[in-house]
Unconditional design. Structure first.
Length: 114
């Protein structure tokens, strides 16, 4: 059974940094590119970042480019976004996702507020 368990969210202040994690199971993690998405209240889910299977290629949404860094640990089946210089508009539920697999976890809430 494919599962994603996201964690690391919480309340942070503008300008702070936060690292989320997503532990994946139930499939061959190293066979898939991984992405992070987020969904803010009243908005559609949007792409945040992607890392390929061997971490050679990374891609980011323009809204987070230069502030977020996606990485993965294939030994631990885990994917991370390191989020720096957080802004109020980064407030959302964050989800990880494997390309071509139609499964989603519960997500983790990140709230950026003073």
């Amino acid at each position: 059974q494919v599962q994603f368990v996201e964690s690391g969210g919480g309340l942070v202040q503008p300008g702070d940094s936060q690292t989320l994690s997503c532990v994946a199971s139930g499939f061959m993690f190293t066979d898939y590119s991984m992405r992070w998405f987020r969904q803010a209240p009243g908005k559609e889910r949007e792409f945040v970042a992607q890392v390929t299977r061997n971490s050679v290629f990374r891609r980011y949404a323009d809204s987070v480019k230069g502030r977020f860094t996606i990485s993965r640990d294939n030994d631990e089946n885990t994917v991370y976004p390191r989020m720096n210089s957080l802004k109020s508009e980064d407030t959302a539920v964050y989800y990880c996702h494997a390309d071509d697999l139609d499964y989603w976890g519960q997500g983790t809430q990140v709230t950026v507020s003073s």
